[in-house]
Design a protein around this ligand. Sequence first.
Ligand code: ADP
Ligand code: GLC
Length: 492
Amino acid sequence: MEPKLKIVMISSEVAPFAKTGGLADVVGALPQVLQRMGHEVIVVMPRYGSIDGQRYGLRRYFDTMGVWMGNTQEWCAVDVANNDGVPVYFIENNKYFERAGLYHDENYNDYADNPQRFGFLTRAGLQLCQDLGFAPDIVHAHDWQTALAAAYLKIWHWNDPLLGRAASVLTIHNIAYQGKYGASNFDYLGLQWSNFTPDKFEDYGAINFLKGGIVYADAVNTVSPTYANETRTPALGYGLAPYLNDRGDDYVGILNGVDYTQWNPAVDKLIPAHYTVDDLTGKRICKAELQRRFLLDVNPSVPIIGVVSRLVAQKGLDLLAATIERIVNNMAVQFVILGSGDKGLESFYASLPARYPGRIGSFIGYNNQLAHWIEAGADFFIMPSIYEPCGLNQIYSLKYGTLPIVRATGGLDDTVQQYVERTGDGTGFKFWDPTPDAIYYTVGWAVSTYYDRPQHIAKMMRTAMQQDYSWEKSAAQYEELYARALRNKAPA
Ligand code: ADP
Ligand code: GLC
């Protein structure tokens, strides 16, 4: 049977191979779902030095592939691996990708050659389609790193027998990261100086990758309906609101799904015990194990609040830092924190266990198993984000019966239903003000509910665990977006 659509996704992160955040989870799961719906999907990503080729069964596919850039030719090799039935192609170029970090060195300094690295990745993704003889209907780009794919299709490949028909879709996972770089990179990127104008790539003298993608893509989306609305306003559009508004109905919000083969307490291979909505015995085991692992007092009746996060301004963890000590001094509650990022926040959260022994545990670093342990063992999960395009951890939390405490922004607002004290309805606790006080009082509300209205907590856990954010629904919306992109691409 002919596939319905041929789709190539180009991304800088794909789980499980390389991940810094939710982008990897999305591109690690959506292609498989689309494939099950009858489409043919391939994925292209860099072969970072950190990827263990043996572990994932990578094998050499092309020894050499030449890639034209604007003013030079580059070479790479191509490896391939199977990600649950979807081929993932790895662009291997030592100059650009043979280093530990994805975007920055160990001190969080962005690599200076990021515009070349990801411009090259994007060009290589399109070249690979040609070398494979894979004629895509849809080229799906993710974030600034590969946003230029949309532009290359229209500037370079408009008349190309293989790529000329392809429509482009750009998914924005976080509009604050736009890929702004010096104009001196423009020759290498090869986007033609006639396009270096404010309505396309030019942004106060710099090149803006994401802006170019928004202008050139045949359809654009972000990862929740509320964030789609928020980014249309100056406050959260980070300068790009006018360009999104120009796209009218071609810019939509599609909520991320969850890969419930990885994130479900009934089957999760990484947690100490399994559990389901009808039998929570395993969750009590997970809680005790979490308390032991983090050297907390092992006490089933004290609620644990979990954090798993990049430690960056977006996530509001500086606000939590300003009130967490007041919380543990005034409430009978424990915290478990897992995260890495900002050095100041890292050292603050690293210092807490010694000052609040038995009550606060923290691990600074990236650790997938601990992330699963916290989802399973905590009672609450806090995300005080300043903005949140979608957020995956609160959706995972729902499935684990770990009630989210969130700021009502973006995808957090779309996925968490406010607790109703009269009835016990809802799935979590929401607040609006981005302030330490709002966090303090909302945590207080959750903790007092835990102690005073346990029947409500039980009811909310039930409701939360029954929420279904599996990918099928979102993937159907991506199908509609692809159809829109194809209509926009077709000559009138
Ligand atoms: P973002 O993409 O903005 O970081 P999301 O909530 O969409 O936020 O996704 C974060 C993903 O990264 C989740 O899968 C989460 O478990 C994971 N994650 C974040 N920080 C860590 C960490 N320190 N260790 C392990 N996993 C982490
Ligand atoms: C970004 C956003 C996050 C979203 C993820 C996946 O990293 O910060 O909210 O869930 O992308 O789309």
